[in-house]
Each structure stands twice: as C-alpha cells, then as structure tokens.
Design a protein around this ligand. Sequence first.
Ligand SMILES: C[C@](O)(C(=O)O)[C@H](CC(=O)O)C(=O)O
Ligand SMILES: [Mg+2]
Length: 323
Amino acid sequence: MSNLIAQFETDVSEIKQFWQSDRQKHLKRPYSAEKVAAMRSSVHIDYVSSVQGNKLWQLLNKHRKEGTPLLTFGCVDPATASQMSRAGIEAVYVSGGVSALQVADEIGRDHADYPSDTVPKVVARLFKSQLFHDRRQKSYYLGRSPAEQAEIPIYDYLLPMVADGDMGFGSVTAIMKQTKMFAEAGTAMVHYDDLAIGLKKFTEKVGRTVVPLSEYLRRLTAARFQLDVLGSEMLLMSRVDCYHAEFITSVVDTRDHKYVRGATVAGVEPFIRAMNRALERGEDAAEARSRWLQQAKVMTFPEAVKQVATAEDTCTKRAHKQL
Ligand SMILES: C[C@](O)(C(=O)O)[C@H](CC(=O)O)C(=O)O
Ligand SMILES: [Mg+2]
C-alpha cells in the first residue's frame, strides 16, 4: 500500500471520528469524509483558529447555561483590542463595515466592495498584537518579585475574534479561499450571510436583497468543507439577513416561496416600471416605493389564497388530501 493510501485512510478515520464529537455530530454534511481526506495536504498543519474557536465555543456555552449574552463591539486596531482585554470584554468583533471605513485602501460605506482579504488581514494583524501583549505580560510578570506579582492584574489578551465574512465575495471557490484566510489568521468564528453579491447595504438602508436558500446553503457548505479539509475548529456562524429583506435575486428555490410576496391587484403597474417612472420625474424613491406597495397589495401566496378561498374550498382541499 502506498504512503498516499495509508495517509488517506488515516485521515478518513480521523475525520469520521471528529464528526462524531459533541460539537460536530448534529451537523449534516452533503459530502463524505473521503472527499475531504482526498483534498487534505500531506503535511499536518495545526491552525490556531482551532484553539480560538474552542475557546469561544466554551465561552458561548457558559453564557448559554447562565442565560447571559456575550457582549462586545467592533474593533479593527490593536490598541483598542488590548484595551478591550483590560476592560474585561470577552471577545472581539471584527466588522466588515468598520473595516470598510477604517482600513480598506479605498474608504467607503458598508457595501462589502473591498477586497476579500481585507477582514482576514485585519484579524491577522489583531492576532499578532494579541500574541505580543500576551508575551509581554508574561515576561514582565515573571521578571517581578513574588510581592510585586501579587499586585499585578493578569489580563486575557487572546480574546477570541468573531469576524465578518459578509457574503463570501464570490461563489464556492472564493468562499473557500476566504475561509482559509480566516482560519490561518487566528479567527475564532466567521459569519457568512445570505445577501446578494454587490447589493450589500448598511443595515439601516432599504432594499436589502438576498439570494435563494439553495445558494446560501452552498456558501455555508463551501465554508464548512474548507474547514474540514483544513481540520480547523473555527466556528461558522450563519448570519441571515433575510429579516426585513425586500428583494430576492431569484425564486428558483421552492423553499423560499412561502416568504415571497407579490402583487395581488390585477393590472397594477410592474414595480420596476413604476420606480423608473418616478425616478424620471425626480420623485422621492422611498415615497414611490411605498405608494406602489400600497397599490399592489403585496402578499405571500398562502395569504392571497386565504383571502379568496371559501370554507367550501378549504373542505374540498382537505377532502382531496384525505383521498
Ligand atoms: C455588523 C455588521 O456586519 C458590520 O459589518 O459591522 C454590519 C453592520 C451594519 O450594516 O449595520 C451588518 O449588519 O452587516
Ligand atoms: Mg458587516
């Protein structure tokens, strides 16, 4: 048996064992351990994101048991990160929105239009600074007398970082690359959302546009597959933005249908035409859109059926179901 096959078999059994662990066993993966093992590199690499991921996992579980939230805020610079440790904050959030405003080469609002390695690079820099403060604290402490040591407060400078992966900046391969960058950088958890690429808006803005569920699941699966290939225990958060979303790029996935609203007034002017006409006339877009929403009486398909179905229709439907 060649070395490659022996290594492949060891990897497969290690992956299967890992998938049985408490943290993993509830996850349903649409790929096999063999597929993952075949993609693993021949040298074993320990990613520090596993240490940080496990630390955050313990922390989140402690909060879950105690019924408390883990509160933090966005930070993109080393000085703030070290002060957060000293202030007793337990984790750091590395925001895409703040990275866009503070560290991207072309400064802008939260449109997720900066290069995909922007946030991973911020995390990598913060992690190096965390390590620096950690080493510095230790050497300072060890160089003091026992009496002095008793007076020195000890901080946890290695706070786990939760990073913003936005929508993954592309399709499957782009997400795999970004996930790898995050894992290498020392990220504890990354979140990917279901927003359409190029249509990210800052939360307060209208017009939030999401992708079909199947596309979102492909994003998450790509990220999970990469973590499995790397053997990294970085956490993956599904942060959906469908709450208050107004548009979806396609209704190809039937699982989305019950949430999709459409015009129910026959002959109403199509939305896009009404908006274009309003913009040509120089009208306020927000007003035009709410006027159209009122005229079109938008509702989901089940809501529309409920409005017109009689008791008899419902009985007939039930009777059909029973046949
Ligand atoms: C939290 C967030 O991911 C961020 O980048 O800070 C943003 C914030 C915002 O747009 O208000 C987001 O929610 O996408
Ligand atoms: Mg963001």
